[in-house]
Design a protein around this ligand. Sequence first.
Ligand code: FAD
Length: 392
Amino acid sequence: MTHATANSSSATSPWMNEELSIMRDHIARFFNKEFVPHVKRWDEQGIVDRDAWLKAGTAGILCASIPAEYGGGGGDFRHEMIIEEEMARAGITGIGNSVHSGIVAHYILQYGSEEQKQKWLPRMASGELVGAIAMTEPGTGSDLQGITTQAKKIDNAYSITGQKTFLTNGQLANLICVVVKTDPAAGSKGVSLIMVETDTVEGHGGFVRGRNLEKIGLKAQDTSEVFFDDVKVPRENLLGAQEGLGFVQLMEQLPQERLIIAVSACVAIERALEYTREYVKERKAFGKRILDFQNTQFRLAERLTEAKIARVFVDDCAMKLLEGKLDASTAAMAKWWTTQKQCEIVDECLQFFGGYGYMMEYPIAKMYIDARIQKIYGGSNEIMKLLIAREL
Ligand SMILES: Cc1cc2nc3c(=O)[nH]c(=O)nc-3n(C[C@H](O)[C@H](O)[C@H](O)COP(=O)(O)OP(=O)(O)OC[C@H]3O[C@@H](n4cnc5c(N)ncnc54)[C@H](O)[C@@H]3O)c2cc1C
């Protein structure tokens, strides 16, 4: 089984340029040398080695779109896209960089005080701090306003009590952006974001991590519950000038989060089709190549068309995001449609591998189990359709 080439169809995207192309080569080489040899072991142990984050930091993989004055790469969303693409292309799922760099670092950049930015961003860029976002609770996921984790003001601190679940990077994270109610009676206006530095609260009883949750896919990614029982954090860990801005802050940042998922879906589609094209040219049945059956040609022709449509749409969204013009509804369209197509296309590609597609040694099998979550997290696809339907 040969492996897919490093060529990405974003090589011809309107936002590509020579500098980004050089960066892509550097990152692809780094992943192949430093991470790919460990992917199977990370899958088996359910978590990446902690020093993988530090290596990623040294290689400039983390916080690529954070300004250099805060230790970041000084790039923009295009740089994050290339990292996301190359990670997907190399089959690396364990490092939740899209949450760390694409979400948590951007909350700090957008809403943090100068002191907060100086304090956390350089250490996130180096990998010393691993970021996580804690929105979901056991009792509520889609309905974010229904969260019950509460932060009460006591003297110069907030006391946080509640439970969060499904945190990406949940075992390794030491900087968690926690979505809390600072005023439970105020509905969405009572929601705030508070940063918890776990190194300062862990081991004192109030902050406890649950086990690393066992998932059907994304095996190398640590996903956990966390428990807060009267966990005291300084008042200055609130993100934003005042309490109650959390819901608006989340709504402003979610389009970027959803587009990152759409980018990864797009690459997964392209990668699945590359593998399948190679396979159906080699494998024979009834004296013909699998590719020679008209069924194969028509199905793959349809799927290649959809891959192209996905790429053009995602590129257009990326251009809009770069101009600050990507609205919530368009981002929701990109998220639901590309992830729906990812699941359909990867499933159909697997079929062309016959029984071999069901064997984990064939990358298409891992792509199949890793695809399923894409329709659920980052806001489920049903919630995406609700957002779009608001415009009807
Ligand atoms: C691997 C993984 C990583 C994750 N990472 C994170 C993370 O880092 N941080 C974090 O905070 N969360 C994370 N999540 C949580 C994820 O975002 C939620 O699981 C998701 O938002 C859905 O919430 P829920 O599981 O509570 O489902 P529910 O809200 O209980 O929904 C159940 C089903 O009902 C549907 N539904 C709900 N409301 C409606 C409606 N109004 N109309 C129609 N259908 C509806 C949903 O679409 C879904 O199909 C992660 C989850 C997983 C599995």
